[in-house]
Design a protein around this ligand. Structure first.
Ligand SMILES: [Zn+2]
Length: 75
């Protein structure tokens, strides 16, 4: 297991640690790695999200149309 020094209390903690077990501070020195992965996955994520959103929007529009048809035919 790789370790690193906590930037808050300088205790040796696991490199993968999200939170220091000694001082309880949340560690964001993984930011450099996170930023890299964010950059790499930013575009695909956005595409997936927009696809999901457009699918949901389409679904909601269809539901609204069905509801409208129901209201119209009901009247
Ligand atoms: Zn600490």
């Amino acid at each position: 297991m790789e370790t690193k020094k906590c930037p808050y209390c300088s205790e040796e903690i696991l490199k993968e640690a999200m939170k220091c077990k000694y001082c309880g501070e949340f560690l964001d020195d993984n930011l450099s790695n996170e930023r890299k992965t964010e950059r790499e996955s930013e575009k695909p994520k956005e595409i997936v999200v927009t696809k999901k959103n457009s699918g949901l929007v389409t679904f909601l529009i269809i539901l609204a149309i069905i509801a409208l048809i129901g209201i119209i035919t009901g009247l």
